[in-house]
Design a protein around this ligand. Structure first.
Ligand code: SAM
Length: 275
């Protein structure tokens, strides 16, 4: 049988992958969760039809969302991830020896449970004693924290459903207050090809809340357009001035000191979105 899975990346563009095996399909309280094994990308997690992560290309996104802010902060000890239920971002965070505690604040318990069952290479670090999994809405969690975290990472789904509030200025204000005086925050901010207005408005909002705002890019083959953006809000340290990047023994496949620097070099069509 010739079985394919298709994501509508936009109304007029699809990505399709041949499926070797359907592993799991369910409707949780928040979203439809699908796990399939594909020929091209290995195991793949989809939420409401959108590819979240695949075993073959997950390293790009997870390394870039975590190591860029963690190497910018000189001594990150307490870190929170909002969303990120697959556990890949926590895995990368715990490669930093300075980190004592990494909180995963995921609204959907089933994403965590199913990632543990079907994506062990991505989720394994969720069992680490430095990781604490909190099943709750990230917006409420952040509201209740003051001056607590060195780094907060927003590893969210697209801005629909429960993730809408994760792209709002009020949320960025709460994050600002939840961070220590030299804290750094990063959010995944979608595709510069297909989400231009979102990138512009998020950057404007983050710039109005944090003294330093920067956007950087990486390449993820299974995300719409391939080119993907992250936006940083920082109270003190500029991620473009980072000096000390030592990745020895961390097994990074995408992130490096050179890639860190290069990721902030933006093509004119992306720069324009930030003006
Ligand atoms: N790397 C992925 C991407 O950009 O496609 C995101 C991965 S992660 C699976 C996204 C997670 O954010 C989902 O598991 C979803 O349940 C979670 N999420 C969405 N809204 C949330 C909220 N308000 N609080 C906490 N987690 C939320």
């Amino acid at each position: 049988m010739d079985l394919w899975i298709t994501e509508y990346q936009t109304k007029n563009q699809k990505i399709s992958c041949r499926v070797k095996e359907t592993l799991h399909i369910e409707k949780s309280k928040y979203q439809e969760i699908v796990l399939v094994d594909t020929d091209e990308y290995g195991r793949m997690l989809l939420l409401d039809g959108a590819i979240q992560t695949t075993v073959k290309d997950e390293f790009v996104y997870h390394e870039m969302i975590s190591h860029v802010p963690l190497f910018t902060h000189p001594n990150p000890k307490k870190v929170a991830v909002i969303g990120g239920g697959d556990g890949g971002t926590i895995r990368e965070i715990l490669k930093h020896k300075s980190v004592d505690k990494a909180f995963l604040v995921e609204i959907d318990q089933r994403v965590v449970e199913l990632s543990k069952s079907f994506l062990p290479e991505i989720s394994a670090a969720l069992g680490d004693e430095r990781a604490k999994v909190c099943i709750e809405d990230g917006i409420e969690f952040v509201k209740n924290q003051k001056n607590e975290f060195d780094v907060i990472m927003v590893d969210s789904t697209d801005p629909v459903g429960p993730a809408v509030g994760l792209f709002a200025k009020d949320f960025y204000r709460s994050i600002h207050d939840a961070l220590g005086e030299d804290g750094i925050f990063v959010a995944q901010t979608e595709s510069p090809f297909f989400n231009k207005e979102l990138i512009s408005s998020v950057f404007r909002d983050i710039k109005s809340v944090f003294p330093i705002a920067r956007l950087y890019l990486c390449f993820v083959p299974t995300y719409p357009g391939g080119l993907w953006s992250f936006t940083i809000g920082s109270k003190k340290y500029d991620p473009m001035d980072v000096q000390e990047v030592i990745t020895d023994g961390m097994g990074c496949k995408y992130y490096s000191r050179e890639v860190h620097k290069a990721a902030f070099v933006l093509p004119p069509f992306v720069k324009e979105l930030l003006e």
